[in-house]
Design a protein. Sequence first.
Length: 562
Amino acid sequence: MKRKAKWSLFLSLILVMSLFLAACSSGSKDTSSKASDSGNGGPAKDQVVNLMEPVDIPSLDWTQITDTTSSTAISMVTSGLMRFDQNMEPKPDMAASMPKVSKDKKTYTFKLRNDVKWSDGSPVTANDFVYAWRKMVDPKTASQYAFIFASVNIKNAAKIDDKKSPLFGKVDQLGVKALDDKTLQVTLDKPTPFFLSSLCGAQFIPQKKDFVEKEGKNLGQEPKDLLSNGPYIMTSWNHGSGFSFKKNDKYWNAKNIHIDKVNVKVLKQKSTAVNLYNTGKLDSTLIDSEFVSQFKGKPDFHTSLLAATYFIRLNQDKVPAFKNDKVRKAIYGSIDRDAMAKDLIQDGSVGAKYIVPKDFAKGPDGKDFRSTAPNGYNVADKKQAKKLWEEAKKELGIKSLNLELMTQDQDKSVKITEYIANQIEKNLPGINVTVNKQPWGQYLKLETAGKYQMSISGWSPDYKDPMTFLDMWTTGNTMNRMGYSDKKYDQLIDEAKNLGGEPQKRWEKMQQAEKLLLEKDTAVIPLYQRANAFVTKPYVKGLTYPPFGFDMDWTHAEVLKH
C-alpha cells in the first residue's frame, strides 16, 4: 500500500521477513493441501481460522492509512470496483463487469452490481464512490495517499492537490461522476496502463456519506465505527493484542466465501507464534530464520518471494552530511546484502541493489523490468566505500559522524537493523550508528513527519506497474520524506507518465529513472527484496500471503475436516 502499504501500502511498510528453500512457492499461489490430502476430503463444520500479524492495525480510517496491515483489514471489510484474484489480476468486485473504455483510453464507465449493499442494508451507489474519492483528494483531509489519484492520472487530481493551481481544493472537478445510482464514469488526464490494477487498492473504496459524517473523528476507531460492503465485518479489535472478523452475509459473493470467522493475534515475537502454531492455537504463521530448520522439508512449510523491496531512507533535511554524494555512496557500498539475506533473514529474501523488484512486472516486449539491470546498480563495493568515506570526511571537514537508524520494534526488524548498523560502523570507520526502535504506529508518525535521520523502510506496490516504486521519489511527493529532489528525475517520471500510449518508450524512461535514482544520485539505499517464510496447517486450503496488496488473504480459504 504500501505495505500501501501498499507499505500501502504499501507498502506495505512492514519489516518481517537468495535462496529459495524447500517446498518453495511463488507469489500468491495456494500452497495448502487439497481436500483429497486431508484424510476425509470434506469441509469442516466450523469454518474458523486463527492467524497472526506481527503488528497492530495503525488506522482503520481509509483516508489516513499508509501500510499493508491497515490495507488488509480495510480491504476485507470494504470492497472497491475491482479486487485482485489469486493470480493477482484485477477482477470486478462492486463492478458488475469490466468497464467500457473509450477509444482514447481516457474514459472508463463502470456498471455496479444491482445486489451490492452496505452492512446496514442500504445499497452501494455510484455516489458512494464519488464522495469517498473526493474526500481522499481534498487537501483538508490531509491524506498521505492523496497522491495516488494523481499517480494513476485521474483527471484534475494533480491540480486539486497543487496549491499554485486554480483548481486547488476544488474536489468537484475530480474526474469521477455518477451518471446514475449504478453507473460510475471515471475520466483520466492521459492513458494509464495500470489503472484497473490500481482500483484494487484500499484508497479507491466507496464510503457512505451520512455514515462517515455522523462518525466524524470516531470513524474507524472501533468495529462499530465501520460500515462494511466487503467479504467480512470486523467484530472486535483489542488494540495491541488482536482483532476478529465474521463473514458478511450481505456481500454479493458471500456464497463463495467459506471462512465464517477469522481471529488475528498481534504477535511481535515469532517464538510465541511458533509455539501457538505447534499447539494448534494458530492455523498459520510467518516464521523467522531461527525456525526455518525446524520446519524445512515438511509439507506445511512454504516460502514466497514478494513484490516488495526494503531500503534505507537518508533524510537529507535532518543530516547535512547526506547531501554529500560520497557519503551516500559509501553507505550504499558498506552493506553485504547477500550475506544478510542468506545468513540472517533466511526466509527466501534476496539481497537487492534495486528498487523495482524482480518477477513483478513485464514490459511490452514481454521481458521483466529487471532485464536491463538484473542485479541492480553496483554503486560501490566495500573497498570503494571506505575510500569514498575518507574523501567525504575531508570534503566535510569532519573525523566522525554519529547517526541514528530508526526501525520498528519487532524482533525481525531489530535484528536486520542491528546487522546493518554493524556493517556501516565496521566498513566505514568513524561512523557510529545508534538503533532507534519504535512501535509500528509511532514509527509511521515519525517517518511521515520527517523526524528521523535514517529509517529502514519498505514498499509494497499499490498497482502492478513499476511506476508505483518510482514516482514516490519525485520532488514534494508525500512518500519522499527525505528531502531528495532532482529535476532530471522528476522530468523522466513526468515523461513516462505522458507516454501511456507508447508503452516501450514509457518503459525505457522508467528504467532510466531508476538508474539515475540509484547509480547517479544514490538517494536511497536498497537492501533486499522481501520473501515470506510461513507454515500453514495442511487442513487449511486456499489461504495465501500475496506478493503485494494484502499481508494475507483468506477470502479463498476453506478449512477441511481433520
